[in-house]
Design a protein around this ligand. Structure first.
Ligand code: ADP
Ligand code: MG
Length: 698
């Protein structure tokens, strides 16, 4: 940073300036910082300390206690190394109360930086050999100049560093940056909102996050900055929602109850209360002038397909075309068959857009969609391949939407002029997360299972019980039941996965089910082969279906009542739940056997959860507790801005508060056009730039 500047950047510009603006940060440092994801001064300020170390009163050497992690300081009085085996570096440090042997593993460079007489602060676990020693995790060299006051005698932040960039250097850089730019951190939330929630001023929070006087101060700082992130998240999704509400799709459906009647009359059952309620919500959406943007959440087996069919039927009756996108060929094919059965007799034309068709077929379908001769197209991502056009696409339904990337859904949306969008998911996530991830969508929930579902009994058996389990399955199959056998998951390679499936099917055909027709289903079969296998299993010609996790989504064969999952411990909870959702669809009692070695605590807890409940929400919650939100949501995939300070689980109550505050603010000022709100508006824009579309259904 130049000491004399002719023009000083504007306030927030300084905050957003490249980190090289900070004194002491040259090209090398900038490159190191970039490795930590830090490009601007703002990024630097949001690089949250990994932990704090209370160096106000460091323990003296005599005060160190065996088994604890502690910090102390002293002067190096002796050095040694151990070169055979793992390299070890030893330094004995002393203070007025005693001497401590410090050990580092495998860091040969230390002999260049630590000498006799060097003053050190060391942090690590105290162990006992002949005497107390410390296994050093972190250390700092005290230089004796005034800068040391930054590193001792206070609560110091310990930031995550990188090669060549130690916590000490980072701390110095942070200190410089704060001195130069903390005053330029723009306040973004209205004073009144800040006070109402007992939050610090932003610039104070930024300072205090890195250099707190007490740990409570550090916590208050974190809370303030977490609130900002959550508020912006909620503002982003709510503003996106407003935007959609302002769009006029240019027509309205005049959907009357009579239209529905022919559809309902043909169903072999009556709708559940939940299905009726959800359909009402959808009809209300369709009648409005702005596009529907709705998420339908319903556990496996809750009957989402009928809802999709009804909605598409209404769209077609309203003079438009519809599209249904499914994540796998098998599921698309199944939907195609179901829809043809349900809607065909009502005079609706339906086509399967599949990668596996002849070019002639594909061209024909393509033409018919373009001219509007076809009413409904069903397919996988093949639906969004270039070259497919609709004459007037009015409604898009995305099944199992969590299986699609954000970009894929967005592409489909572009095929229509402000189409209505219904996305369906069987992966229940806790409500608060729903409103974050899908905060810009209206949410419908199918919270009632169709009647007449048999119980599902789940058992966990160790691998040694495999022969017994298969003998039992064989007996059941001979009595006329149908079974799925799910192959072990091999994530590394689809090829290996397929080989394992083929081998398992061969073995079972030879050793166990010699006189029983056994089918095999995996991802590498040609689409027509998959169809043939599924069709035979549906008809009951195949009694046992050996399958990879391709059957995880959507498959609906109500008479199948048995499922054995091999190496069940390799699957996540959500996947196990989805797979088990393939059985228990008929009236008979179904059985799920998890062949699992429950050697680890985590796998045991997963299996226990599966045995304990069949409720998707309970399982999702358990999953969340076990794995944390990051892994489950894959926030990047969902297109949400990264959270640098806030934690969706820990800060759940704050997330709700932020949502209320966001709604309140937008109610007063929908576009955040008040001059005072300009910094906030800018930040929301910057954070959601290019991501607003990603946040919506399409
Ligand atoms: P999912 O929500 O998992 O997609 P499906 O739509 O595949 O569930 O429905 C599961 C099964 O329940 C299907 O066999 C379907 O025909 C049946 N079903 C759906 N709704 C009802 C209902 N109201 N009454 C009886 N059976 C129903
Ligand atoms: Mg389904």
């Amino acid at each position: 940073m130049a000491t004399t500047r002719t023009s000083r950047p504007s306030r927030s510009a300084l905050f957003l300036a490249p980190v090289q603006y900070v004194k002491g940060v040259g090209p090398t440092r900038a490159e190191q910082l970039a490795r930590l994801g830090i490009a601007t001064v703002e990024d630097l300020f949001y690089h949250r300390p990994r932990r704090y170390e209370d160096r106000r009163r460091l323990a003296t050497i005599a005060q160190l206690r065996f088994g604890q992690k502690q910090s102390t300081q002293g002067t190096v009085v002796a050095l040694s190394e151990r070169r055979h085996g793992t390299y070890q570096f030893h330094a004995a440090i002393s203070d007025e109360t005693g001497v401590l042997q410090c050990t580092w593993y495998g860091q040969r460079y230390l002999r260049q930086v630590i000498r006799r007489g060097t003053r050190l602060i060391v942090f690590g676990r105290i162990e006992r050999r002949d005497t107390l020693i410390m296994i050093v995790e972190d250390f700092e060299i005290l230089t004796g100049d005034e800068e040391d006051t930054l590193h001792t005698g206070r609560i110091v932040p310990v930031h995550r560093g990188t090669d060549g960039l130690s916590p000490r250097v980072l701390r110095t850089i942070m200190h410089q940056a704060l001195a130069a730019c903390a005053d330029d951190v723009p306040e973004i939330i209205p004073d009144e909102m800040r006070r109402r929630n007992g939050l610090l001023e932003r610039r104070r929070a930024v300072r205090q996050l890195h250099f707190p006087s007490t740990l409570a101060e550090a916590d208050a700082a974190r809370r303030r900055l977490a609130f900002d992130e959550l508020l912006m998240l909620q503002l982003g999704v709510l503003m996106r929602r407003q935007e959609l509400e302002q769009i006029d799709k240019g027509y309205r459906y005049a959907v009357g109850d009579a239209t529905f009647h022919d559809f309902l009359a043909r169903l072999p059952f009556s709708l559940t209360g939940a299905q009726r309620r959800v359909l009402d919500e959808i009809v209300r959406d369709l009648r409005r002038s702005s596009p529907m943007n709705r998420l339908l959440q319903g556990d496996v087996g809750s009957g989402k397909t009928i809802v999709a069919a009804a909605a598409l039927y209404l769209a077609v009756r309203g003079g438009h075309q519809g599209a249904l996108m499914a994540p796998t060929e098998i599921l698309a094919e199944q939907h195609y068959l179901t829809f043809r059965r349900m809607l065909g007799p009502l005079g609706i034309s339906i086509a399967l857009v599949s990668g596996g068709r002849s070019k002639r077929d594909r061209d024909q379908i393509r033409d018919a969609l373009r001219t509007g001769a076809l009413d409904i197209a069903i397919g996988t991502h093949a639906l969004i391949e270039t070259g497919i056009e609709f004459k007037h696409l009015g409604l898009i339904v995305v099944d199992e939407q969590h299986k699609f990337g954000v970009a894929q859904r967005a592409l489909l949306r572009q095929k229509g002029f402000h189409p209505d969008v219904l996305v369906m998911t069987a992966t229940p996530i806790p409500r608060t997360l729903t409103m974050t991830l899908y905060g810009d969508l209206d949410v419908s929930v199918l919270d009632e299972m169709p009647p007449g579902r048999g119980a599902v009994r789940t058992f966990v058996r160790g691998p040694e019980k495999r022969p017994d389990v298969y003998a039992w399955v064989l007996e059941r199959v001979r009595e006329g039941q149908q079974a799925y056998i799910v192959c072990p998951l091999i994530e590394e390679s689809e090829k290996l996965q397929v080989e394992a499936a083929v081998a398992l099917a061969d073995r079972l055909r030879r050793d166990v089910f010699a006189d029983v027709p056994v089918g095999l289903l995996h991802g590498r079969l040609r689409p027509d082969e998959k169809d043939a296998v599924m069709e035979q299993f549906r008809r009951g010609d195949l009694r046992v279906l050996v399958a990879t996790s391709v059957i995880e989504v959507g498959i609906d064969v109500p008479q199948a009542t048995i499922m054995v999952i091999e190496d069940a411990e390799r699957f996540g909870l959500a996947q196990l739940h989805q797979m088990r959702g393939r059985i228990g669809r008929g009236e008979q009692t179904s059985y799920c056997v998890l062949l699992a070695s429950t050697s680890t605590e985590a796998s045991r807890r997963r299996m226990d959860t599966m045995v304990a409940t069949r409720d998707g929400f309970a399982i999702a919650q358990a999953d969340l507790d076990l794995r944390g939100p990051g892994e489950i949501l894959g926030t990047r995939q969902h297109g949400l801005p990264d959270l640098r300070v806030a934690d969706l689980i820990e800060d759940l109550p704050m997330l709700e508060t932020a949502r209320h505050e966001a709604a309140r603010l937008l109610q007063q000022d929908p576009a955040l056009s008040d001059a005072d709100l300009e910094p906030l508006r800018d930040e929301v824009r910057a954070k959601f730039d290019g991501r607003m579309a990603a946040l919506s259904a399409g």
